[in-house]
Design a protein around this ligand. Structure first.
Ligand code: FAD
Length: 389
């Protein structure tokens, strides 16, 4: 098995690395303080710079605004982003909305939406989850009813990441309440500034405003905003989950976190000896490092399946499950080993600029977003191993 990259791939890696070091050098975030508006402005500008190089939608065909990169180049790009702690804004438009529109949308929809996503013009959110429908998403109750040439939407979504920042929403709504639950759902494009939409913030326990509640009250959208076949939306959503999970399960950020933890432990002196000299610390870090290598191989496997033209299914769940639980193990270890330095978010003792503390709180959601760990295990057991449901 050859895990080496070709000279062309290594050259591409260097190009990405140089770009990040120029446009988002180490510590880029420190200069912005904790002001969400300034961070968002920086990340938006970052997206535009990537788009100008056609790197935002790296693996898409050139005619759709992509770079025409291979999946291996995409993987290299993701690795460098994580390794160099570049802005980590998840562009859902690129990651799973546009790929779904490319598969199921009409020619006009592809022309209208996909290129603008690749060019960094439009930000999208995903309107799936509801208060009574998360893991069992097919139970969703938000209705879309046809009235003349318009769909009228009523209902509520929850946990909608970036709804407050988005131009468009990718909506799953019930269009046939009499059909079995998986067969009465359709997918739509919803302009987020349409009258009748109310977005209310939800603040997570890391004190960040990422997700929201979204309420629909007689929201009217044009008939042509239906994407794909009527009442076949569940199948579009299910395919999109594969794109979502492979894009979430990137271990490069955790790799860098373990490297930084090792370095901090090497430098931090306790009773005249480096923290890293303690056997339990060394063993913990070595254990995490081994798991990082495992996650990396899982990520390479997904990329090689995609390169071979296959759609990862249980493999997407494997990397999502393993990499997200690993994030939690890494931040747990950092907070435990570093004590106060790992626990505070700011001030002179905050290790890694307070990032381990943030990671500890934020990573709790890693095993929920994009499908919980239990659901990932169910998929691996049934679709991967063929065990009974
Ligand atoms: C940070 C974050 C961002 C998110 N962003 C979005 C977004 O942008 N758009 C969107 O639509 N949604 C989003 N979500 C919602 C996310 O998809 C759901 O939270 C997730 O699917 C779980 O659904 P739930 O919260 O309703 O939990 P539930 O489905 O109620 O699950 C509760 C518990 O029961 C377990 N469970 C449920 N069913 C089974 C089963 N069959 N077998 C074993 N265990 C089971 C679960 O694993 C979990 O532990 C986000 C969530 C988070 C945390």
């Amino acid at each position: 098995m050859d895990f080496h990259f070709s000279p062309e791939e290594e050259a591409f890696r260097q190009e990405v690395r140089d770009f990040i070091r120029t446009e988002a050098p180490e510590g880029w975030r420190d200069g912005l303080g904790n002001d969400p508006a300034r961070i968002w402005q920086f990340e938006r500008e970052w997206q535009r710079k990537l788009a100008a190089r056609r790197w935002l939608a790296l693996a898409w065909p050139k005619e759709l605004g992509g770079y025409g990169a291979t999946y291996m180049e995409q993987l290299i790009f993701n690795e460098e982003m994580g390794r160099n702690r570049a802005p980590s804004f998840v562009n859902m438009g690129v990651a799973w909305v546009a790929p779904s529109i490319m598969l199921y949308g009409s020619y006009e929809q592809k022309q209208r939406y996909v290129r603008r996503i690749a060019e960094g013009e439009d930000i999208w959110c995903t309107l799936y989850s509801e208060p009574g429908a998360g893991s069992d998403l097919a139970s969703l109750q938000t209705r879309a009813e046809l009235d003349g040439d318009e769909w009228v939407i009523n209902g509520q979504k929850i946990w909608t990441t970036y709804a407050h920042l988005s131009d468009h929403g990718w909506l799953a709504a019930r269009t046939d309440p009499t059909a079995p639950k998986h067969r009465g759902i359709s997918t739509f494009v919803v302009p987020m500034r349409t009258p009748g939409i109310t977005v209310q913030p939800l603040v997570n326990m890391a004190d960040g405003h990422e997700f929201n509640e979204v309420f629909f009250e007689d929201v009217r959208i044009p008939r042509e905003n239906l994407v794909g076949e009527l009442n076949r939306g569940w199948y579009h959503v299910a395919v999109g989950f594969g794109f979502e999970r492979t894009s979430i399960g990137n271990p490069a950020g955790a790799r860098r976190a373990v490297q930084d933890l090792a370095e901090i432990c090497r430098r931090t002196m306790v009773n005249g000896r480096p923290l890293a000299a303690r056997p339990e610390v060394r063993m913990k870090i070595a254990d995490l490092w081994t798991q990082i290598e495992v996650a990396t191989v899982l990520a390479y496997r997904v990329a090689s399946l995609q390169t071979a033209g296959k759609v990862p299914d249980a493999e997407a769940s494997e990397i999502k499950l393993f990499a997200m639980e690993l994030n939690q193990r890494v931040s747990n270890a950092a907070v435990g080993i570093l004590g106060l330095g790992g626990q505070v978010r700011s001030g002179p003792v905050a290790a890694r600029g307070g990032d381990f503390s943030y990671m500890y709180l934020r990573s709790v959601a890693n095993t929920i977003e994009g499908g919980t760990s239990e659901i990932m295990r169910n998929i691996i057991a049934t679709r991967g191993l063929g065990l009974p449901r």
